[in-house]
Write a protein that binds this ligand. Sequence first.
Ligand SMILES: [Zn+2]
Length: 425
Amino acid sequence: MILAAWQLGRMIARLVVQEVLCERAHAPSDPQECPQCGTPLVSKGLLPRQLTTLLGVIRWKRRALRCPQGCSIGQVTPLDKALGVESHQETSVELKQMACALAVFVPFETAVVLLKRISGVCVSPVAIWGWVQTIGKQAMERLDNEVKKLAESQTPEPEPMDAATAAKPLLVGADGVMVPFRPEKGSPKGRTIWREVKVAILARLNRYTARSGEETARLERRRLVAVLGDIDTLSPRLWLEALRQGVVTASIVVWISDGGRGFWRLFGEWFAGSAIAILDFYHAAQNLWKAASACLDGRTRCARDWFAKVRHQLRHGKENAVLAELKTTLDLNTLPPAAHHTLQKVYDYLLKHSSHINYEKFKELGLPLGSGMVESACKWLIQQRFKGVGMRWSEDGFNYLLHLRLAWVNDRFDALFLPETSPNV
Ligand SMILES: [Zn+2]
């Protein structure tokens, strides 16, 4: 009964819209002149028009005008213009918007099925794919344009934010995720090529006491930045978003990352002057385990005990003691060359990050010690949609959908569907 009523509701809504359009088509309108010769245009009568919308196919008739002098201006349809309907448009904006929103989360074929269920409207996967390409491309171009402006020293407007949110620490982190690509354009043949997508997250850290009495943290106002490209391509995009998220005025900025792949270079480039930086605790501990197993090779029990001790020290504010112990062992020079080399690398690494491993202090400040929250957000952006069974992407196809997904998580999706000059009534 509910579904039948729903269908009836859609039908009535369609009739209402058609009725309103008919009324507007018949309403007297201002006389118009030919843009070429200035002669007043004359009516060709009421001509039919139709549009597929979220309510189904809507049909109406509206007045079409032409130049009596025969200028080649085509037919002029003031009502279409007032409605924001383009001359060759077959689908209404809100239907495209709904279809793209579905495609942000599910494969195109599934989006077709869901859209049919929601609206009763049948569109093809190719149509939805096409809308994603068009709108996603626009989103990408908008962003590229903003990056270009930033390079010309035009800083973006910070996003409006209430005082309570603005007072919270701004957390920044970055990571990489692999995505499967097709080796050749337009062909499903050949072996999958895996390429790394660089992802950064910016969020406000909200600390609160849970019902269990435990102090808990949650990320709010998550904003993601992602790019199929290298660190240098990510860099200006990250800074653009950081400026939007109030990095300049934030009371505390926290950079958190695991060890690898050039992401600390981004920290050095943009945040080193003002931010607290945290090396992911699990990553630091992993390095200590590497040292333990190399130096105490074959003595598993011994290695485990030593690792437990230094890990505890590292976690509880004795990072200097850990460094000193590593240094002493190195100076004794009694290890086999391979083990010595491993230990030296671990020592150098931790020494380089010695101001990023004050975990006791970070804990006191209520900051997270691990980059888990960052990693899960980054994985969500990519994993959930781009790494389904058998999925392989073309560079454009990936980029356009990625930018739609970014717009969605960053709360900028609806803006993509607003016309530049909004005639919507
Ligand atoms: Zn004319």
